[in-house]
Design a protein around this ligand. Structure first.
Ligand SMILES: Cc1cc2nc3c(=O)[nH]c(=O)nc-3n(C[C@H](O)[C@H](O)[C@H](O)COP(=O)(O)OP(=O)(O)OC[C@H]3O[C@@H](n4cnc5c(N)ncnc54)[C@H](O)[C@@H]3O)c2cc1C
Ligand code: FES
Ligand code: FES
Length: 1294
């Protein structure tokens, strides 16, 4: 019989401080996260990006006072995983606690002014991480600064400006490399010409440059920070008990209480940092009660170091464990420290700061994940775990289980879940002659769960005989495993004997096929033992050590654009107009809008089948769920249930009879809250009859499953041209998809205003089409629907069409309930539903003449459209127009087909088919160069287009500066010398290879759909002289509003501060094109300028009198002059005719080139980007710093696409990669160690008739990020070139 627990001694009050204010809550709900709580009370600066601790957008700081050490610790944590109930006795500081846009904290000010925010959605979380770092250490080193962001992601900036801002707080690292500077290294010793100027100090920035604005930053004064509340210092922790809607929460303060609770509730769930359980409850829908929070139990938090080892309380956090290990190293001998270093090496790459600050060591051990980082080290090091049972008393002797015997199955351990608690962990120190090392290989170095992880230990006798070994491997089986056969083989053998190595590798092959870590360890021990062993590995440290990453740095030069300075505001590097509001958390995104009166929440009912007939839908259980208001599906659509984003209306808003992919929307549950709606949606029971499905391009080709519109471009007589070719090559290139991973997921709030009018607040790049489709779905006219967009937390194309179904569904729900309805997709829903960059496959045949000039290209392109056509045909059109990249090919046949498959409908993503085609082009150029024995650069340069030549779509190239900019970059980046250095390095190093790639691009600017090449703008001048500007474009981080205000300011000759943009709205500017195709500044800028011209004409008589702006407006108003103007613009000259290959496809081209250098570890596949240089022609930039931000951000996205980002599917069509946990966009430490950006110099733009001769920038640089991929390929090729006489090696999968 379980003993009853008397909870009367437990308090039901949660007592904490929030931004300096005391809060006491009675019986808070254990299911509520800290993030939900702070957002619910209006502190919306902390954002929800993933709810799984993987993005850092929700970062807040939690401070606590350790009475024993009298020390206050400030921890940045993920509010999305922190239970509200866990903050008793703590001081929580959110971004709102730092400052506001009028009086920002220095951290906020510097990030904003250094261009560290674009869409701004990640920015408060990043500011909080930097703030927490400074609260613990006001003078961190540059290394500490770089490492402090390992739990934060940004999808827009490319990180460099954030790091610049953050490093302004750091003392420069001794011997830190400096950027090549604005001059690209023309100063002394390859430094910047400005080097003689004083170094940047923390309060006074350098002279005006792109890197730092010419304003003084506020000084950082740590004494001015919010203090830790004295009342909390005096507070004694008391046991707590809360009863929530579904679960109970206990916060014991002694181990005895823990045992009592467990005895009373055998099902009780222990909680340490909730980083594992939080993910289980949110995404695996596990339900637990009661929770028992162990973090405040003193007996589980101890740390002691003895001559034998280190003993830690089980629920010590990983961060505190790390700290203890570092302290212990100071007190023990070098030999003893080996094991401590092995743990430290492992913890360095354990999650990110926020997780390490919360996660407990016991949580990692008890979870028993097969890819745990710590468990292999516990196993290999012969650590032991102490366990108490709830049947024992607190004074009983704990059961001690060796780590080697603890893990017994998939997530199964020696713990009895009904009774046992892990209390202590003991790690023996290493002895003389004993070595241990840990290893981890993940897709991304930082904050990534391992693919494989290991720890290996050996104890040698004085004659190098192997006395003892320990192996712990993760990722190789269902649980942390050991290499027992290898251990047995090695026993008594001699370390350093090559035959022993061979024998060990053979044994290891039988244990688990994972050799490289052991090889690395073998040679490392040989080095440490100073054994003399003959080998052919060259510099052995390159084999034993991991790739080293230096501090990142770089130079950004605006020289190429500032040479045009005939304008006042246009061409100035002005910070993003909303930057200060973004960084202070005041910027409002759709889900930050306060709840409307009577608001409801909608949760999707999604298909779980790739292709199936819907047999029945049972909503009874869902509708019976308390708080549920209704269920709607296709039967409830008042108007048209069918829509299409472009050429075909082939998509149902709600699936009616059949589903065509996992994640297709079948219905919506509307309820009082998000949690209730989602719980109920999971209770809707659907019966299906499965139908055959296809997932991949190959399966679609085999099944003849296409969207019925094949596009092609044919120039010349291709077959006849091939007959004349001296050489013909054929190949195939495959490219995977890419998730947009905007930090703000799709979100819509619909307000039914009555009288048949609807207001839609949506995270869309396409307000106009949202308005049109919602009207069609509701069966009303478009003038009854207004779609409004304040700003997006990133879009990248993913919100061009895919927000529309969500807006329609919330509108239907709002129509029926007559109440406002909101929905923000969870990250996993967003990734499953809303489509990605289209995967591609390109078959190519290329002919050369005897001089290696390109003569003919015959190519078939296939893309994976997913279940509906969406924008895929337009994506294919752009791909067909970019299959030449920058090379003149007189005869081209390019045919494109869109495969219809049973996955989410793929859609726009920055570049829109251009990057895919460019990769295919550069793959055939690379491979052919290898096959004909030319250097890749010589082959490329030989085939560059020349001024005036016609592309394969018969467009004349004017102002063709690509070759000039390419050669400028070649010189600036010192390419030839670096090529020689890379070759030299590769000759000497067997297991570490370097690669270098030089990749050019041209990108056509215009929508390929002619009618979209138009824009409108509206200017209202109010009587006080202030100007309200509206235009059709959406601000999604790219700085469009800032640029438009600059254009308006220039046009009206008034300061930018007098101009304001409230939002994008269909009731201000009608029929606007989507904000896409890199054309929004061109289109909307011209429309704004047109409106300014109209106003100027009317105000000319007043200006002529020399009046001030306010006087002009005042007099004009009283003279009844119209002070509003509606600007319009349509791009001239366009009109390409598909099939005829006539007419102009693009208005102009943006062009550029990049060089990337990488180092690859051949033993593990790890790589680092040593350096990237980008040089681009952006015409006369409206705002060079914003454009540099676009280049850097796009480059890093392209690099991610070509390296760490990989979308994976189960054979049943379900997307596996549904969150930051398994889909890895680049992090702070992925960026090139040296990253330089510049513009083409001394070039003209006579043919560019855009607004102030600026060029589109958003998409063109993305492809250049693939230079990293081509550099990796180059490094790998250098290894294989050793095999003389073989056909050059082909890497055809991107
Ligand atoms: C974004 C993210 C990144 C991550 N990265 C990594 C990584 O790089 N490497 C890695 O190994 N892991 C990683 N993890 C996994 C996770 O953080 C760790 O497993 C962590 O150590 C769990 O600790 P916790 O205190 O948060 O566990 P909780 O979620 O609180 O608990 C986990 C389990 O441990 C049990 N438990 C806790 N304390 C005790 C105790 N004293 N006795 C018995 N059972 C107990 C709980 O009941 C529960 O079953 C990551 C997780 C996230 C969300
Ligand atoms: S929302 Fe918390 S880490 Fe992403
Ligand atoms: S600015 Fe970082 S995600 Fe947009």
């Amino acid at each position: 019989m379980t003993p009853a627990l008397d909870v009367s001694a437990y308090s039901s009050k949660l007592h904490f401080y929030l931004n300096g204010t005391e809060i006491i809550l009675t019986n808070p709900d254990p299911d509520t996260t800290l993030l939900q709580y702070v957002r619910s009370i209006g502190l919306t600066g902390s954002k929800l990006g993933c709810a799984e601790g993987g993005c850092g957008a929700c970062t807040v700081m939690v401070s606590n006072y350790d009475k024993a050490t009298q020390h206050i610790r400030h921890l940045n944590v993920n509010a999305c995983l922190t239970p509200l109930c866990s903050v008793d006795g703590k001081h929580v500081i959110t971004i709102e606690g730092l400052g506001d846009h009028k009086n920002p904290h220095p951290v906020q000010e510097r990030i904003a002014l250094c261009y560290g925010s674009q869409c701004g959605f990640c920015t408060p979380g990043i500011a909080m991480s930097l703030y927490a770092l400074l609260r613990n250490n006001s003078t961190p080193s540059e290394h500490e600064v770089e490492e402090s962001f390992d739990g934060n992601l940004c999808r827009c900036t490319g990180y460099r400006p954030i790091l610049d801002a953050a490093k302004s707080f750091a003392a420069p690292a001794a011997g830190a490399k400096k950027a090549g500077g604005c001059c690209g290294g023309a100063g002394a010793n390859g430094g910047c010409c400005k080097d003689e100027k004083p170094e940047f100090a923390s309060t006074v920035p350098q002279e005006s440059s792109v890197r730092f604005p010419s304003v003084l930053f506020k000084a950082y004064d740590p004494t001015q920070e919010l203090i830790f509340p004295p009342r909390l210092m005096k507070k004694t922790a008391e046991p707590l008990h809360f009863q929530g809607r579904k679960a109970q929460w206990f916060r014991p303060t002694t181990l005895a209480q823990v045992l009592q609770i467990k005895a009373a509730y055998p099902q009780a769930k222990f909680i340490g940092g909730n980083t594992e359980v939080g993910v289980e409850t949110k995404f695996k829908y596990m339900e637990y009660s009661p929770f028992v929070y162990l973090h405040d139990v003193a007996e589980l938090q101890g740390i002691s170091i003895t001559p034998e080892g280190i003993t830690i309380g089980a629920n010590v956090t990983v961060a505190n464990f790390q700290k203890a290990l570092k302290q212990a190293i100071e007190t023990v001998s070098e030999e003893q420290a080996h094991v401590l270093r092995a743990f430290l090496a492992n913890i360095k790459y354990f999650a990110g700061n926020q997780i390490r600050n919360a996660a407990s060591v016991a949580g990692n051990i008890a979870t028993a994940s097969p890819i745990s980082d710590l468990n292999p080290v516990f196993v290999a090091s012969n650590s032991t775990f102490s366990i108490l049972s709830s049947e024992q008393s607190v004074d009983s002797t704990a059961r001690v289980v060796p780590a080697t015997e603890f893990f017994v199955g998939y997530r199964k351990t020696a713990l009895n879940p009904a009774t046992d608690i892990l209390t202590e962990i003991h790690i023996p120190l290493t002895r003389p002659g004993e070595y241990i090392r840990s290893f981890k290989q993940a897709k991304r170095k930082d904050d990534d769960i391992a693919i494989v992880t290991a720890a290996i230990r050996v104890k040698l006798a004085s004659d190098n005989t192997i006395v003892e070994t320990g192996f712990g491997y993760g990722g190789m089986s269902a649980f942390t495993c050991q290499a027992k056969k290898t251990s047995a083989f090695l026993q008594g053998k001699t370390w350093g004997d090559n035959d022993v190595l061979q024998g060990a590798l053979e044994a290891l092959d039988q244990d688990l096929p994972m050799e490289s870590f052991f090889v690395r360890f073998w040679w490392d021990v040989i080095e440490q033992q100073k054994l003399q062993v003959e080998h052919e590995h060259g510099d052995i440290s390159l084999m034993t050590q991991e790739i080293h990453r230096d501090l990142s740095f770089g130079a950004q030069s605006d020289k190429g654009t500032v040479q045009f300075s005939e304008t006042k505001i246009v061409s100035q590097s002005v910070a993003h107009v909303a930057a200060m509001k973004q960084v202070t958390g005041e910027a409002i995104y759709t889900d930050d809008m306060p709840k409307l009166h009577n608001e409801l929440y909608g949760a999707m009912v999604l298909s779980t089948r790739a292709h199936a007939k819907i047999v029945s839908i049972d909503t009874s259980a869902a509708l019976a769920h308390p708080g549920v208001k209704a269920y709607y599906d296709h039967k409830d659509v008042p108007g048209n249930n069918v829509w299409g984003a472009a050429m075909f209306d082939d998509e149902e808003i709600f699936a009616s009879e059949e589903v065509h992919c996992v994640g297709q929307i079948i219905g919506v549950i509307v309820a009082d809250t998000q949690v209730i709606a989602q719980e109920a949606a999971r209770k809707v029971k659907i019966e299906y009859i499965d139908l055959p499905h296809v997932v991949t391009i190959d399966e679609a080709i085999a099944a003849d499953s296409y969207i019925p519109l094949t596009k092609s471009i044919v120039k010349g007589d291709v077959d006849a041209a091939f007959a004349t070719c001296a050489k013909v090559f054929e190949g195939q290139t495959r490219l995977g998809g890419q998730e947009q991973f905007y930090l703000e997921t799709q979100v819509v709030l619909v307000n039914n205003k009555g009288e048949g009018e609807f207001e839609i607040y949506a995270s869309t790049q396409n307000a106009n089409e949202t308005q049109a489709v919602v009207a069609s779905v509701l069966g009303i006219s478009a003038h009854k629907v207004a779609c409004k967009v304040k700003r997006l937390g990133g879009g990248f194309g993913g919100k061009e069409s895919r927000t529309i179904p969500l807006a329609c569904i919330m509108s239907i729900a709002s129509h029926h309930t007559k109440r406002p309805v909101r929905c923000m997709l969870d990250r996993n829903e967003d990734m499953a539903i809303s489509g990605q960059r289209n995967p591609f496959m390109g078959k190519w045949k290329v002919g050369l003449d005897e001089n290696n000039k390109l003569v003919a290209l015959d190519t078939e392109l296939y893309l994976n459209a997913g279940w509906s056509s969406d924008l895929s045909v337009a994506v294919m059109e752009r791909a067909l127009g970019h299959i030449d990249n920058v090379y003149y090919i007189p005869n081209v046949r390019a045919v494109g087909r869109c495969c219809r498959t049973n996955i989410h409908s793929n859609t726009a993503f920055r570049g829109f088919g251009g990057p895919q085609a460019n990769v295919i082009a550069e793959t055939y150029m690379t491979e052919i160069a290898e096959r004909i024995g030319m250097t890749q650069e010589a082959f490329r340069e030989l085939n560059f287009y020349k001024e005036g030549q016609l592309t394969h779509f018969n467009q004349e190239l004017k102002d063709w500066h690509l070759p000039k900019g390419y050669f400028q970059l070649k010189e600036k980046a010192n390419f030839d010398a670096r090529r020689a250095a890379v070759d030299e390095f590769n000759k000497k190093s067997k297991w570490r290879k370097r690669g270098l790639a030089f990749i050019p691009t041209k990108y056509g600017i215009s929508f390929t759909a002619l009618h979209l090449n138009q824009a409108g703008a509206m200017i209202h001048i109010y009587h006080d002289g202030s100007v309200l500007l509206s235009h059709g474009g959406v601000e999604m981080g790219q700085g469009l509003h800032t640029k438009m205000i600059q254009v308006c300011s220039e046009g009206l000759d008034i300061p930018m501060e007098m101009i304001h943009i409230v939002e994008t709205s269909t009731d201000k500017v009608a029929n606007a094109s989507p904000t896409a195709a890199s054309a929004s500044s061109d289109l909307n800028g011209m429309a704004v300028k047109n409106a300014c011209d109209q106003i100027n004409e009317r105000l000319e008589p007043y200006r002529a009198k020399g009046l001030s702006w306010k006087e002009i407006v005042h007099h004009a108003y009283f003279d009844r002059v119209n002070l509003s103007a509606n600007g319009f613009y349509k791009v001239p000259d366009l009109g390409y005719k598909w099939g005829e290959n006539k007419g102009q496809l693009f208005f102009y081209f943006t062009m550029g080139a990049a060089i990337s250098e990488v180092e690859v570890d051949l033993l593990t596949g790890a790589h680092t980007v040593i350096r990237s240089d980008v040089n681009m022609d952006l015409g006369r930039s409206i705002n060079p710093s914003i454009d540099i931000g676009q280049i850097e951000g796009a480059f890093i996205q392209g690099m991610g696409w070509s390296t760490t980002e990989e979308s994976l599917y189960f054979p049943n069509g379900r997307l596996f990669t549904q969150g930051p946990g398994n889909y890895k966009i680049p992090g702070f430490q992925c960026i090139p160690q040296e990253f330089n950006v510049s513009f083409f110099e001394d070039v003209t733009h006579d043919s560019v008739n855009t607004v102030y001769k600026s060029k589109g920038v958003g998409e063109p640089p993305l492809f250049l990020g693939s230079s990293v991929y081509f550099a990796i390929r180059n490094a790998l090729c250098s290894k294989l070139e050793a095999k003389a006489g073989e056909r050059p090696w082909v890497l055809s999968v991107f």
